[in-house]
Design a protein around this ligand. Structure first.
Ligand SMILES: Cc1cc2nc3c(=O)[nH]c(=O)nc-3n(C[C@H](O)[C@H](O)[C@H](O)COP(=O)(O)OP(=O)(O)OC[C@H]3O[C@@H](n4cnc5c(N)ncnc54)[C@H](O)[C@@H]3O)c2cc1C
Ligand code: SF4
Length: 327
């Protein structure tokens, strides 16, 4: 049994104050990932700081940006009229994640911070550099069907599990975080990290910081968009490969485009080379196929996940086709 102290707070300032007092403290939001990890012995915080009563649930447009509080639930964001109208890609990605019951309690901040679903990470009997640095990587030579094909390191080939974060990467979101001294902003694409030599670190949030909100620029990408998630079951499963695709068309020419992939890397994977190739071109199957090939340039399989080398480009092409047919 794990002994821990439960603390509840109602302001971000006091939450941060409690966090910095004890390096073994953790924020508790929806608890859908953290409590699982505690039950399995992967993590054992001495203090849980319940932040559910901190007023960070807003979803509103301020100027040309949509602000989403870190404690807005995944279903509140997915079902919000403003999000559905102006950022439908985000709504679709959220609805592809988990189940309705989980989405009702899972929060934006918790979703960004959720940990990999690599089976070796959850099994404390197995080696895992992410759970315990220096112990080795069970997946490298083991069961690696779900694992990464891009940006891998010799230490870890795990993938980032979130659907929401793939859409946020494509939408050029920014993250506002705070510590005791004030707020700072970072591009969403820089929030998560590649594993490199420090696979135990999933992101660039510092130990004394709290996620406060997202800011997402309003765009013209609400007509031609699609979030395509390929998984083992129709629902309630993490992505083998997913693609967030959105573009703006003028006279059948692509004037702006966003493409990002999930289930393929330690962080949401933006497809910049494919975007650059498609900008100014016609939205044709042949151009989509060439863009998909460009995306695969540095891909590498590890045996069990070799099928993703074919599945990933096919998913890109299909997502682009489905985005085109939405108009
Ligand atoms: C069966 C199952 C299926 C799932 N399927 C999917 C899926 O298909 N797609 C998908 O994307 N997700 C899926 N999930 C994951 C789910 O979306 C996450 O567990 C959830 O989003 C985490 O949010 P939470 O609020 O419950 O976080 P918590 O579990 O409360 O917290 C997670 C981590 O975030 C930290 N944290 C929370 N809020 C903040 C903050 N404001 N600032 C700093 N740190 C913070 C906590 O300290 C903790 O370390 C699934 C989960 C389960 C259990
Ligand atoms: S892939 Fe990463 S998370 Fe999985 S066993 Fe290897 S080090 Fe651990």
């Amino acid at each position: 049994m794990i002994n821990f102290q439960y603390l509840r707070t109602t302001t971000a300032k006091s939450a941060i104050g409690l966090l910095v007092k004890d390096k073994n403290a953790k924020f508790l939001a929806g608890g859908t990932n953290l409590i699982d990890l505690m039950k399995r012995g992967v993590t054992a915080p001495e203090k849980l700081i319940d932040i559910n009563h901190v007023p960070l649930k807003q979803i509103e447009q301020i100027g040309n940006k949509i602000h989403i509080g870190a404690l807005a639930s995944n279903s509140a964001v997915a079902d919000n009229v403003l999000i559905k109208e102006k950022l439908p890609l985000l709504s679709w990605a959220l609805q592809a994640g988990a189940s309705a019951q989980l989405r009702n309690v899972a929060t934006v901040g918790g979703n960004m911070m959720q940990r990999t679903r690599c089976g070796y990470f959850y099994d404390t009997e197995m080696p895992c550099n992410k759970r315990q640095p220096g112990t080795g990587c069970g997946a490298m030579e083991g069961f690696n069907r779900m694992h990464a094909i891009f940006g891998t390191s010799e230490k870890c080939i795990a993938v980032h599990p979130s659907d929401m974060c793939i859409a946020l990467t494509a939408l050029d979101a920014e993250v506002v975080v705070a510590n005791a001294k004030g707020e700072r902003k970072m591009p969403f694409k820089d929030f998560h990290r590649l594993a490199g030599d420090t696979p135990q670190l999933d992101n660039n949030l510092k130990a004394d910081e709290m996620i406060i909100r997202l800011e997402i620029p309003v765009n013209n990408l609400a007509k031609n968009y699609h979030y395509l998630k390929v998984r083992d079951r129709a629902s309630y499963a993490f992505a083998l490969v997913s693609v967030a695709a959105a573009f703006e068309l003028s006279n059948n020419k692509i004037t702006d485009i966003r493409l990002a992939m999930g289930g393929v890397a330690h962080k949401p994977w933006r497809l910049t080379a494919s975007e650059n190739f498609l900008k100014g071109k016609e939205a044709t199957l042949s151009n989509f196929e060439q863009a998909a090939q460009l995306a695969m340039k540095d891909a590498k399989g590890f045996g069990g996940n070799d099928f993703k080398l074919k599945l990933a480009p096919n998913t890109i092409i299909e997502a682009l086709n489905l985005a085109k047919s939405k108009a």
